[in-house]
Ligand binder design. Structure first.
Ligand SMILES: [Fe+2]
Ligand SMILES: [Fe+2]
Length: 395
């Protein structure tokens, strides 16, 4: 699906939602309702004349058009998606070229009054052939890995967008963080259904856009660690968002330092070591933002023994989630290839982490990492875990 097709699909969904809202306020034969139905019919006809088919799927609070997640619309129409799935038993709407006005009428009836049972039986009873309805997708039928990968790359895009905004010294919009949150929630949902995704997703690497992929990987590994501890879903979501944003301060570090094809000298390190404070400062200025990402951005390079950076007062109480992010951060960084070092195999990274228990890392979290890797490696296909590729393909 091209970007312009995605924009059109977003527009069509806006027309659908507009029709439902108008019909909630006015009778079916009122001029405004008739006009809203006509607007949807026109938008559909225009889309289908080029593309032939348009399928919307509702996956919890995520809206997917054909194969693209629509993050903005997922947020805007969250309530409508919930009503469709929970009260109307509708989980997908497919449009095929040739939609007739009477089929738009039937669709309006379905999304406002429900279909009283199996949606496909309802569509055939109504004689619809260009508007087809499907039931809500049960979690295990959701094509978990594909959805997770789309959310993974969606998170990369959202972080890239945040990065461009900050670099341009423009204020971040609440919506940009909302988009990242939608993708983060989708990733979490898929990992909750299939924890084996943690290592499969975290093995996606990019040499050129290291920080973006590393940020998503830290979120994914943090979810995996949190799952082993048994943390509730609400906290896992916040931990994942904190992982996504932990290195946001690197945006303020000069690119020649970030991309230097070799180890940094002392002066460059001094600049690099500012990124936790810069990140926390950036996050503290966001309206309505939760404090956890700010705390984790500030503390993720603090070691368990409070060495590391930035320097803090003796007796500083490091947040437990910062300690968890520190383990996820080092695990991903060590297992990634950089200009000045090769990727280190998981077994060697584990050895390093174990050796650093009580110094760099909280010993309890070292055990959690061991447990997580033990559980996930047992589920992984042979040879699948250390398959770390720098060639990133979009699924
Ligand atoms: Fe960092
Ligand atoms: Fe990091």
């Amino acid at each position: 699906m091209t970007d312009s097709a995605t924009d059109q699909a977003s527009h069509v969904f806006g027309c659908l939602h507009g029709m439902v809202r108008t019909a909630a306020l006015y009778p079916r034969m009122h001029a405004l309702t008739v006009k809203a139905k006509q607007t949807l019919h026109d938008a559909l006809t225009a889309y289908l004349s080029t593309h032939g088919r348009l399928v919307y799927r509702f996956l919890g609070d995520v809206l997917v058009a054909d194969d693209r997640i629509l993050p903005r619309e997922s947020l805007l129409y969250r309530q409508f998606l919930a009503v469709c799935q929970n009260e109307r038993q509708i989980g997908s709407i497919s449009f095929i070229a040739g939609v007739e006005p009477r089929e738009v009428d039937a669709l309006l009836e379905a999304v406002t009054e429900g279909v009283g049972g199996e949606p496909s039986a309802w569509t055939s009873r109504k004689g619809l052939s260009h508007v087809l309805l499907g039931p809500p997708v049960q979690p295990e039928q959701g094509g978990g890995e594909t959805t997770a990968k789309r959310a993974y790359y969606g998170s990369i895009d959202a972080l890239r967008d945040i990065q461009a905004t900050v670099r341009a010294r423009s204020p971040l919009a609440v919506e940009q963080l909302g988009t990242l949150r939608v993708f983060t929630s989708t990733l979490l949902e898929q990992i909750l259904q299939s924890p084996a995704l943690v290592l499969r997703l975290a093995s996606i690497k990019s040499y050129d856009e290291y920080t973006l992929y590393h940020s998503v990987n830290v979120a994914v590994i943090s979810i995996g660690l949190g799952l082993v501890i048994g943390l509730p879903e609400t906290l896992l979501r916040e931990i994942a968002m904190a992982g996504m944003l932990h290195d946001v301060g690197k945006i303020a570090i000069p690119l020649e330092i970030l991309r230097k094809p070799g180890p940094l000298d002392e002066e460059e390190w001094q600049i690099m070591r500012r990124h936790p404070v810069l990140g926390a400062d950036l996050l503290s200025r966001l309206p309505g933002s939760n404090r956890l990402p700010m705390i984790v951005a500030f503390e993720h390079h603090l070691r368990f023994d409070l060495r590391g950076y930035p320097s803090v007062a003796t007796g500083w109480a490091q947040h437990p989630v910062s300690r968890l992010a520190c383990v996820a951060d080092v695990f991903d960084a060590m297992s990634s290839r950089r200009a000045y070092k090769k990727a280190i195999p998981n077994t060697d990274v584990r050895g390093f982490v174990r050796d650093e228990a009580g110094r760099t890392f909280d010993p309890r979290l070292v055990r959690v990492l061991d447990l997580m890797l033990g559980q996930l490696e047992a589920q992984a296909p042979e040879g699948g875990l250390n398959e770390r590729s720098d060639r990133v393909s979009r699924a």
